[in-house]
Design a protein around this ligand. Sequence first.
Ligand code: ZN
Length: 189
Amino acid sequence: MNEHQRHVKAREDILKNGAPEKRIFVHMEDLEAKKKRQDEVKLERERRNARMDVLKDAKTPWFCPECDKVMKKRLDDKMYRLHNHCFDCQVKFENKLRIDGKYEEWEEKKVLNNQLSYIKDQINSIDDWKDETSKPLEVFDQVGVQDIELHTEKWSQNKEKVEEMSNEALEELNKMKEDVEEKLNSFEI
Ligand SMILES: [Zn+2]
């Protein structure tokens, strides 16, 4: 049912027996507050990403810190962000690993580190979601006493569900995190 249909129904209820559904108003306010919070979170994330981009761009120097060569290729830029030296230095580094028979180990470690940062991101986003969802409702305008009780009951059930789902996911992710960390610790490069 959309807002318009809700209003139509409320008018019909008033005409029929003079008692429109009281909770319409709460529902609207609730959605508005939720939307506002989502917008704020989105804005903050955009601001944070913009700051990160600025830092990343500022971080690439003109010369490779390892061989002092001018870093002019697009690949140099990418390599510097990943490995803190130019593309040629990275080729040399990987060749040396191959000669020493350590390349596969190094590559596996790289994959594990990527997994680890992905898992950490997931854990953070679930924590954020849990925080967001567990915030109490602030708007109770125009609600009768009975309605508030109903609303609170519904809300606490929802909160329990969120708690249960996020704890399950977090448990799983933490297990994965431990596994990856354990594998990483077994390497020595
Ligand atoms: Zn270099």
